[in-house]
Design a protein around this ligand. Structure first.
Ligand code: MTE
Ligand code: MO
Length: 442
């Protein structure tokens, strides 16, 4: 194993050109390393080999806290349950300078605070092109027409009569991380990777509906259109429609949230979130793409030779460490559970490696919990932090053998003018005081 000293690691932190002229200083990278001051305070005790912080609470055993001496709240204090007030920091947030208003905008999932792989419905990121419409399901319809034998208009009641299925799949905006690509360095994990969520989606396979209407020979594309003011629409290839595209009416066990497209949306598992049309009102079956705004002037990838790639549907494999992260700094040296999320639009995650020295040495992490195709997958690693600065990275490998690229590898193919589909290996710089900042290593 090659060894690297802290000072040498510093050299690895490349200074990428900040296209940040347009970006406020607060979100720019922090260039300077912090002093190597050791962390004071926090007495530690060792239990079962793990260093645990000594509690100073007056309610620690054997003392009895007040909530044990009184009766608690009765049932239905909250007819619809809400998180503890002590969790009030766990909320969606936006980046005000990113969009002109909150109508055509995006909010980000607080990934640093989440556990497991399911994103609670109230924390799923929101992306609107014309705001969130309020739709009465009794007044909502889904029209299916074009190259079909039996065009139909379905009510929501009609839709419920078809066989239903459920799948846990991630949803990611292809612009996730796009600001990093352009040189801005967001200060939090919520903003570097938070255009990402994972839910159990329930509904009717699009293939079931297509069988009902009878697709004509030669039909190869489907236009999916939303009922919002943007009439957001995308062209979906027939292969995806016949594979796993789902018309979704429920999310994490209850009706789809308004933010996610109530009463129905399309989910194209593993594909860019933009194709997952919300408030779905129309499916037109045709024999060529429809070249809508969101697949021509937007959501295409400008390549180094000046051409633009279109229809880059798949979200390639990606990963990020969630602890430590800017939101989850370390509190003194000792044992930790380093963990993160990995995902691939092509299937299951096969392995995740973690580096603590900016990509020089790698060691395998453990995949924990459920491993579903095209779903967020948890990884973790036991780690005894000796208190020295580190450059923490994760690298995912999916079941197709695809390995998450470095920035150098990604830019070699894609150049520097892209926004969408940034899946380069991410680096957190852990400082001696346990704080974590966002840096870029080429
Ligand atoms: N009708 C409609 N569908 C839409 C959008 C929209 O603005 N209108 N935004 C798209 C984009 S760009 C993304 S990334 C996803 C986001 O889904 P979410 O808001 O449920 O996270 O929805 C897509 N579907
Ligand atoms: Mo998006």
């Amino acid at each position: 194993m090659r060894q690297k000293k802290v000072e040498e690691l510093d050299k690895l932190v490349s200074s990428i050109a900040t296209a940040g002229d347009k970006l406020p200083t607060v979100e720019r990278r922090q260039f300077l390393s912090q002093g190597l001051s050791m962390l004071g305070g926090a007495a530690a005790m060792v239990a079962g080999g793990t260093a645990l912080a000594a509690t100073t609470s007056k309610y620690a055993p054997p003392n009895v806290p007040p909530w044990t001496k009184t009766l608690g709240q009765g049932v239905i204090a909250d007819p619809y349950g809400v998180p503890s007030p002590f969790e009030s920091n766990v909320v969606r947030r936006n980046v005000p300078w990113l969009t002109a208003d909150r109508i055509a905008s995006i909010s980000f999932t607080p990934l640093a605070d989440l556990k497991g792989i399911i994103t609670p419905s109230g924390l799923v990121f929101e992306r609107y092109h014309a705001g969130r419409p309020e739709i009465d399901p009794d007044e909502h319809h889904l029209m299916i027409h074009g190259m079909v034998d039996r065009p139909i208009i379905l009510t929501m009641d009609d839709l419920m009569k078809f066989p239903s299925t459920s799948m846990i799949r991630f949803l990611e905006c292809p612009a996730n991380g796009g600001m990093e690509w352009r040189g801005a360095q967001m200060t939090k994990l919520q903003f570097t990777h938070g255009m990402l969520s994972c839910c159990e989606w329930t509904g009717v396979l699009l293939s079931t509906i297509l069988a009902e209407v009878g697709v004509n020979k030669g039909a190869s594309w489907i236009l999916a259109e939303g009922a919002d003011g943007a009439l957001m629409s995308r062209s979906i290839p027939m292969e995806k429609a016949l594979d796993d595209a789902l018309i979704v009416y429920a999310q994490n066990g209850e009706a789809l949230r308004r933010e996610q497209g109530y009463p129905i949306r399309l989910i194209n598992p593993g594909w860019e979130g933009n194709t997952c049309i919300k408030w779905l009102r129309r499916l037109e079956i045709g024999d060529s793409p429809y070249y809508q705004r969101e697949e021509t002037s937007k959501y295409t990838d400008l390549m180094p030779d000046g051409t633009a790639r279109e229809f880059t549907f798949v979200q390639e494999s990606n990963s990020v460490v969630t602890t430590p992260s800017p939101e989850n700094p370390l509190k003194g040296k000792g044992k930790y559970w380093l963990e993160g999320l990995a995902w691939s639009g092509r299937g299951k995650i096969k392995a995740v490696d973690v580096s603590l020295d900016g990509g020089i040495n790698w060691r395998p992490a453990r995949l924990t919990g459920m491993i579903e195709p095209r779903a967020l997958t948890r990884f973790g690693m036991e780690w005894d932090w000796d208190g020295s600065p580190a450059l923490i990275q994760s690298r995912s490998i999916d079941e197709t053998g695809y390995v998450q690229p470095t920035y150098t590898q990604l830019r070699a193919v894609r150049g520097s003018s892209s926004i969408y589909h940034k899946n380069a290996i991410h680096t957190w710089r852990l400082h001696a005081d346990g704080s974590v900042t966002n840096v870029q290593i080429s």
